[in-house]
Design a protein around this ligand. Structure first.
Ligand code: C5P
Length: 211
């Protein structure tokens, strides 16, 4: 298990998914976007008309839903009750409530277990908030990505997402269970001044050093 996972963590829009996608292609790893899983649970909670801040109701909804993770091509997929929510995972509604849902310990416990199960399908590059600290603490390959808050807001606007990145980061960093933090052994990669190419090169350099 030790050397089968690359963990990429960091705040919203720090460039994690772009890096994970490219590493997946270059290294032949399954790319797992763990945020999609938290988004999928949130999507279902909202669809059922449940208050995302009502922890008991969220836990009950979690027990009532069937989550199914898989891989299509080399990219992780998630279905809730047989449905792939698609673009709705990135809706304004989900953006606004995903931090509340992902702060619920039972939600995290369930999703962390599903995230570890991806190793049954192959080696992974997984991005999120707690991958190096909680999901795969033993992997030597850990990168904590960061970027200037203005750069991150601009990146979100570029892809047309209405999202308060700052509010999510604040909530994600301050929650009690598995907050966003720099995992033990993680190397920090600040992408503010990087192009995609130079960021990937820097990441590969870091990973070589960690191996
Ligand atoms: O990565 P993405 O921005 O899509 O993640 C959406 C939200 O899911 C985050 O703001 C955070 O609340 C939650 N998340 C988490 N732990 C992870 C990945 C995402 O709590 N490993």
């Amino acid at each position: 298990i030790l050397h089968r996972a690359i963990a990429i963590d960091g705040p919203a829009a720090s460039g994690k998914s772009t890096l994970a996608r490219i590493l997946s292609q270059k290294l032949g790893l399954i790319m797992v976007n763990s945020g999609s899983m938290y988004r999928a649970v949130t999507w279902k909670v909202l669809q059922r008309g449940i208050d995302p801040n009502n922890r008991e109701a969220v836990v009950q909804a979690l027990r009532d839903m069937e989550l199914e993770c898989g891989v299509d091509g080399m990219v992780s997929t998630v279905k809730v009750d047989g449905v792939d929510p698609g673009d709705e995972l990135r809706s304004e509604e989900v953006n606004a409530h995903v931090s509340a849902v992902s702060a619920v310990p039972e939600v995290r416990e369930c999703l962390v277990s599903l995230q570890r199960d991806f190793l049954k399908l192959g080696d992974v590059v997984m991005e999120g908030r707690d991958i190096g600290s909680v999901v795969f603490p033993e992997t030597p390959y850990k990168i904590y990505m960061d970027a200037d808050p203005n750069v991150r807001e601009a990146r979100r606007e570029e892809v047309g997402e209405v999202d308060s990145v700052a509010a999510r980061d604040h909530a994600d960093s301050r929650r009690e269970t598995a907050p966003l933090k720099i995992a033990d052994g993680a190397a920090i990669l600040d992408t503010s001044g990087h192009t995609i190419e130079s960021g990937v090169a820097a990441a590969l350099e870091i990973l070589r050093g960690q191996g």
